[in-house]
Write a protein that binds this ligand. Structure first.
Ligand SMILES: Cc1cc2nc3c(=O)[nH]c(=O)nc-3n(C[C@H](O)[C@H](O)[C@H](O)COP(=O)(O)O)c2cc1C
Length: 415
């Protein structure tokens, strides 16, 4: 299928839109409220320029690194996403693609495939959990993930249960029943190729989340059931973060969704291995600045004590170079691989990873850097007022001035 190859992530997105029923595509786009944060995540990358070199360029492109104890071929990880029904092989296809490209996999606890199968496809799998249910239930889920061979834990706490999008939210059924079919059939019938992928497997899209169960084989709740339980769980405290850390043992542990310098410091105190500077891809509190704007201050504050990753808005390899030049050790991608998966299954995710790798390599060449470790802020043109320092400086320090969010464009995310 030579013509299945796509040359940019933007093309993967166009194909995903063409292929998927409207509601499923809408679930991938996500975003919240007016979409300014989702929009700013990508707009901010476009504001950053490069300062290229023209002579004395090097041929080398050393991209390999170590993240959370795993040797990876490039500083790009699969960010955990809880979307199902995009492709029948779902997270297993993504894990296989990541493994074939030497990339680590983040697996959502709201994923559609069991952690045992995903680790089987990619031993470099980090299991992601939310704070849902009782401590006993969470401990059981962590034990199950460890037993399955997950090599790290990603804890995601940034979620405020805001719903309502100015452009409308997709309908997500509890299960595929008559009512769901009635509401979905008109849009599904317009997308026969998507339907055919599922028809071949003789299974309907599965809307349960198997990793919320304490043991393999025990039926998990539905996605909406798990979401309801999550929204009713008490909000976690920093003591709870420390408890999770302790339960997970000494294996690598990431806190995802840190945007403030003071919280990055607290994460260090809680004993994390890594943080991801992230606003949940703009799906959480709308009005939060782009994660790349918050990165430099956080990397400067804690970058010598924990691994600092970034996610949000990465659409090409040059975005990865920009994040590394501003202090990230690695990045995680979300929508980019979801679009690849929707466009062409496992091969589509491999396609996206290849594009990101090649783009990062090209950026290194253009900047005259032979290795990702050589990237520096001076390789970039950072416009005045680009950065946002969020939070207090020290435990009792004053709140530093946060520049007005002038860069927010009042439009909806690219759809
Ligand atoms: C459709 C969708 C589902 C997501 N589900 C999860 C999830 O289950 N757990 C999690 O930690 N993050 C989740 N995220 C956030 C991603 O891990 C990541 O932070 C974000 O997508 C990065 O931004 P990007 O999509 O611009 O690359 C989700 C994001 C999207 C778009």
């Amino acid at each position: 299928m030579g013509n299945a190859w796509f040359e940019t992530v933007a093309e993967a997105q166009r194909r995903a839109r063409r292929r998927l029923p409207k509601g499923v595509y809408g679930a991938l786009i996500a975003g919240s409220e007016s979409g300014v944060t989702a929009e700013d995540n990508t707009a901010a990358f476009a504001e950053l320029g490069f300062a290229p070199r023209t002579a004395g360029l090097v041929n080398e492109r050393r991209l390999a690194t170590t993240v959370m104890g795993q040797e990876v071929s490039m500083p790009v990880l699969i960010s955990p996403t809880g979307v199902q029904a995009v492709h029948p092989d779902g997270e297993v296809a993504v894990a296989r693609a990541a493994a074939s490209r030497g990339v680590a996999m983040g697996l959502s606890s709201f994923a559609s495939k069991p952690v045992e199968e995903v680790v089987g496809a990619n031993p470099k799998t980090f299991f992601q959990i939310y704070w849902v249910g009782t401590r006993e239930e969470m401990a059981a889920r962590m034990r199950r993930a460890r037993r399955a061979g997950a090599v790290g834990l990603i804890v995601t706490l940034d979620w405020s249960f805001a719903y309502g999008r100015d452009w409308g939210s997709p309908f997500i059924p509890e299960r595929i029943d008559f009512e769901a079919l009635r509401r979905y059939v008109p849009q599904v019938m317009l997308k026969p190729r998507w339907l055919w992928e599922f028809a071949k497997t003789r299974r309907l899209p599965d809307l349960t989340v198997p990793n919320m169960a304490a043991a393999p084989g025990v039926p998990g709740p539905t996605f909406l059931g798990a979401y309801r339980e999550w929204s009713q769980s008490p909000m976690p405290s920093w003591d709870d973060v420390a408890w999770l850390r302790e339960q997970w043992g000494d294996a690598p542990f990431m806190l995802k969704g840190v945007m403030r310098v003071d919280e990055a410091e607290r994460a260090v105190d809680a004993g994390v291995t890594a943080i991801s500077v992230s606003n949940h891809g703009g799906n959480n509190l709308d009005g939060t600045p782009a994660s790349i704007r918050a990165l430099p201050a956080i990397a400067e504050a804690v970058g010598d004590r924990v691994e600092v990753l970034l996610d949000g808005g990465i659409r090409r390899g040059s975005d990865v170079a920009k994040a590394l030049a501003l202090g990230a050790q690695a990045v995680m991608i979300g929508r980019a691989y979801l679009w690849g998966l929707a466009a062409n299954g496992q091969a589509g995710v491999e396609n996206v990873l290849d594009l990101v790798r090649d783009g990062l390599g090209s950026a290194l060449v253009g900047l005259g850097r032979g290795s990702i470790g050589d990237l520096r802020r001076e390789d970039l043109v950072v416009p005045p007022g680009f950065e946002r320092r969020l939070g207090t400086v020290g435990p009792d320090g004053p709140l530093r001035a946060v520049p007005a969010a002038a860069a927010f464009a009042p439009s909806t995310p690219g759809r």
